[in-house]
Each structure stands twice: as C-alpha cells, then as structure tokens.
Design a protein around this ligand. Sequence first.
Ligand code: NDP
Length: 248
Amino acid sequence: MSLNERVALVTGGSRGIGRAICLRLAELGATVVVNYVSRPDAADETVAIIEKAGGKALTCRFNVADGKEVQAGVKEILANFGQIDILVNNAGITRDGLIAMMKEESWDQVLDTNLKGAYHCIKAVSRSMMKKRWGRIITITSVIGFAGNAGQANYAAAKAGLAGLTRSVARELASRGITANGVAPGYIDTDMTRGLPEAVTEKILSEIPMNSLGTPEDVAGAVAYLASDEARYVTGQFIHVNGGMFMG
Ligand code: NDP
C-alpha cells in the first residue's frame, strides 16, 4: 500500500486518533497537513515525529466550525501543493450531559464542530478533488452514532448525522473518482476518554468482547486502507473499529 504523491489533510491531527492517522499516512508516503485549533505545541510535535521518521508534514491552524477559516486554510494548502487528495474529518469534541439538563450551547458546540465542521471541510476540498478525478473523504464517526448513549445526545446526533452526510456525498461524487467512507471507533484510549471516571471505564470494558480499549493506531489502520488505491471500489461504507462492542 503506497500513498506516494498524495497530499492528505487531517483535521484535529495534533493529538489522539488524528495524530496516529497523520503518522500512518505519512509512513505510507503521503505529505500530511496536520490541522489543529488550540494546541500548536501538539501539532508541531506530530510534525516533528513524522519528519524524524523521514516523512513530510506541516501544520495548518483553522477551526473546522468556522466556514471562513476552513476556506482560508484549504486555499493556503492548495496554493502550496496544488492538491488535496485525502481529507480525514477527524476533529471532534464532547460536551456531555443528560438531555433534560443539556444547555443549548453544548448542543451547538458539538454539532458545529463535529457535524458542520465536516460539511465545511468536504465542501472546501471537493472542487479540487473533482478536477483531479481522484479523492478520498474519510470521516471519523463513532459507535455512539449507531448505538446512542445516555448523556451524549448531542454527540450521538452529530455522529449519526455524519453517517448520512457521508452516504450522500458518496453518491454525489462516486462518478468523479471520489470515495466517501467512515470509520466508527468504539472506545479508544485518548485525551477524550482518559477523563472518564474509573467506574465508567470499567463498565465500558465489561461491554467490549475484546475486554480492552482500542488504540489510535487501530483506527489509523482502517483509515489508511480507505485512503489507498486498494479501496477504489468501496464507498458509502463504515468500518467499525470497536473490539466487538457493536456489530452493525
Ligand atoms: P482528542 O480530544 O484526543 O483530540 C481532538 C482533536 O480534535 C485535537 O487534535 C483537537 O485540536 C481537534 N479539534 C477539536 N476541535 C477542533 C476544531 N474546532 N477545529 C479543528 N480541530 C479541532 O480526541 P480523539 O482523538 O479521541 O478523537 C478524534 C475523533 O475520533 C473525534 O471525532 C472523536 O469524536 C472520534 N472518536 C473518538 C473516540 C474515542 O474513544 N476517543 C471514539 C469514537 C470516535 P487541538 O489539539 O488544537 O485542541
């Protein structure tokens, strides 16, 4: 599997799952643009790891929830490289709370980042992919978008929305050589899940047939496959990376 000559944009590539995706795509030969919003130190560290391993990467700051920032960021990348072949919609946040108490602000923040953010990014890159008649759009959804979860109505709604967005985009762009797929992780060991109380993690583990949390690298492997030429005929699909927790 080779991604030589490909340019990949990974949103939220500074930490966690996004960083592992950046490292894997770079390892396969892609030039990787590491997007971040608030942690330039972490994004620089991702780039440094890639460069140390002999790969090519650079950072690009924009807030995926802000359409104008996304457009400006994508414009800058296209000016530098002339192409974005692979878009990984990975940036995401949680603002958990039971529905009866959930503030509208928490709903809006999660929907704006996790769902609208992907819309902004797909829209911004699609034209250049269409011109090249090749593209890979890979969106990180979640087991929660398929199964739901108490305390995460906003997050589940955004992730379920991403599934519909992905399938629609897959239908629209298939004839232009562009695929759109999703990867749906279960519980992965990152900053996002490290904050959970121990009792919650124990309960989650009891629901995972493999009895362990996944790693960011587990998710990155599925993304790399979908980004490759080998996945040419796969579109509108979701790969579940969850240790058997949910079998869709
Ligand atoms: P982390 O919290 O570890 O990292 C989040 C990343 O998203 C950071 O790079 C952060 O950038 C970036 N980010 C957040 N908001 C924005 C924004 N508005 N614009 C641009 N970048 C942003 O999360 P994970 O690695 O755990 O999660 C990555 C993705 O995987 C998310 O979509 C999440 O929903 C999904 N997922 C995670 C699971 C898990 O168990 N961890 C399970 C299922 C899905 P910065 O460093 O600058 O803050």
